[in-house]
Design a protein around this ligand. Structure first.
Ligand code: PLP
Length: 492
């Protein structure tokens, strides 16, 4: 039998691998969330050189079980409360298995018709189930693609924004004006905005500051300040072309005032990209779409990561553009060397996903998303979001009941930002010691490896973030975490 695609092996060890996944999931709660290892540990456990002769699946699976899985940070653990959730689902695991099995990189329609068309369909379904602007439907001016990450989506939006501005000005890269381009991002935006501008060689990059906003009980930019920054740059001879705003910022879950930012962008001809990487998953719930998603009609591009809290695994970053013609042109248009030419592309209005990204090949990620959407349905996806918010509200009630802790800002979906304000004797911690206290508190909470939270800092104010996202987290886990936090606070 063909050694590389031995069906007996596939069935036997594929099933063993599934057993391993199932067992590991079932016993996750007994394990640490963060492994107790030091950098370089794996080199000591694995041979320095690759094996000359092939090894048995038994040995490989056994090493996976004993050396790899126990040393992952367990993002699916009920006590994982750090960053943003990356919860998985059995539907995503099964869908991904099948997608990888046939490894058909649908760069043109004919390179894999179902790969291309399923991505078309899934992107359109998402527009519909989240009530996103109709312009993002493929039959209209725009459309969506599933990209590897939000970071790359942001980069493409910067690229497209620059292309559109140069086209509008009738210039190319040899024109000195192209050295006058300036891009903006709100300062709570993810660092991928800053990186995108840097990598795109944009000479002028502006972080619009944020301030405490009592009305929304969170940090926010002052749109008038943003407008003045743009106007000052224009009067200094610079050319604004792009702005990155966020719905659900990583530091505190805040929502940028998209309608007002869009007005400024429209007036000065800037491409507006909205990063709703994490919070966008909540748009599947109509009330949350209304509460968190104002102004989307006016944005040029929108990116939502179904890997974050929407059970679909990495490689599920939806990138929607309002004008696919400009977007595709920005990536070089239809560059078709002989080996890519085909009558279907030439004779039909079809999507060749190679024109939506750098890199010909792409994973068949739509299959995984299709499995998830079909298996749980819109109602299941809504329940997933709402359940995690309920857990968060429970934690919020514990923080607000305690006089030792306070919320730093209003809860945003399933994110709570909080900090300790009284020491173990009940004395108010002086302002200049608060950050230090809370940094130490986080260290103590995470010390055992059985819980994992991360901290955040805005305008010099340090605090802790709590965000549950796993399906096996229950109120009892949150009770245990809270008890642990209170015990750690007594040690300070
Ligand atoms: N944008 C936001 C708002 C995020 O929360 C994150 C990650 O947490 C990112 C961007 C980065 O996403 P990716 O890893 O897909 O590039």
């Amino acid at each position: 039998m063909n050694p590389y695609y031995n069906i007996d092996d596939l069935l036997k060890y594929g099933n063993q691998a599934l057993d391993l996944i199932g067992e590991t999931y079932q016993n996750l709660e007994k394990e640490r969330v963060v492994p107790d290892v030091e950098p370089g540990f794996l080199r000591q456990l694995l041979p320095e050189n690759p094996p000359q002769k092939g090894e048995s699946f038994e040995d490989i699976l056994n090493d996976t079980k004993t050396k790899i899985l126990p040393n992952l940070t367990q993002w699916q653990h009920p006590n994982f409360y750090a960053y943003f959730p990356c919860n998985m689902s059995s539907a995503a695991i099964i869908g991904d298995m099948i997608s990888l099995a046939f490894n058909s990189p649908g760069f043109t329609w004919i390179a894999s018709p179902a790969t291309t068309e399923l991505e078309n369909i899934v992107a359109d379904w998402i527009v519909k189930m989240m009530n996103l602007p109709e312009k993002f439907l493929l039959k209209n001016s725009g459309g969506g693609a599933i990209l590897a990450s939000i970071g790359i989506s942001i980069f493409y939006s910067i690229h497209a924004g620059k292309y559109r501005k140069m086209k509008e000005l009738g210039i190319d890269l040899t024109d000195p004006k192209s050295l006058k381009f300036v891009g903006y991002y709100t300062s709570l935006s993810h660092s991928e905005n800053q990186r995108g501008l840097l990598v795109k060689d944009i000479p002028y990059r502006r972080a619009v500051p944020v301030h405490w906003n009592e009305k929304i009980k969170n940090f926010s930019i002052d749109v008038q300040e943003f407008r003045e920054m743009v106007e000052k740059d224009i009067s200094d001879g610079l050319i604004p072309f792009w702005c990155g705003a966020t719905i659900g910022t990583t530091p505190c879950g805040s929502v940028d005032p998209i309608p007002e930012i869009a007005e400024v962008c429209k007036k000065y001809g800037m491409w507006l990209n909205v990063d709703a990487a994490w919070a966008g998953g909540a748009f599947v719930v109509p009330e949350l779409r209304q509460e968190y998603g104002a102004g989307l009609e006016e944005v040029d591009s929108l990116t939502i990561n179904f890997a974050k809290g929407t059970m679909s695994g990495n490689g599920s970053a939806l990138f929607f553009v309002g004008d696919k013609k400009v977007y595709n042109e920005s990536l070089g248009g239809k560059i078709n060397p002989e080996y890519l030419k085909n009558k279907f592309t030439e004779e039909n209005d079809i999507t060749d996903y190679k024109d939506w990204q750098l890199g010909l090949g792409k994973r068949f990620n739509s299959l995984r998303l299709w499995f998830v959407i079909r298996k749980y349905g819109v109602e299941g996806l809504q329940k997933n979001i709402l359940d995690k918010i309920e857990l968060t509200k429970y934690f919020e009630s514990l923080v607000t009941k305690s006089d030792k802790f306070t919320l730093v800002c209003k809860r945003s979906l399933n994110l709570i930002c909080f900090r300790m304000i009284k020491d173990k004797d009940g004395n108010i911690i002086p302002e200049d010691k608060l950050n230090e206290f809370n940094r130490k508190l986080l260290e103590l909470i995470n010390l055992s490896g059985h819980y994992y939270l991360v901290g955040s800092e805005i305008n010099g104010l340090y605090f802790l973030r709590f965000t549950p996202g796993n399906h096996n987290t229950l109120n009892q886990h949150i009770d245990a975490l809270w008890k642990h936090i209170e015990e750690c606070a007594l040690k300070l």
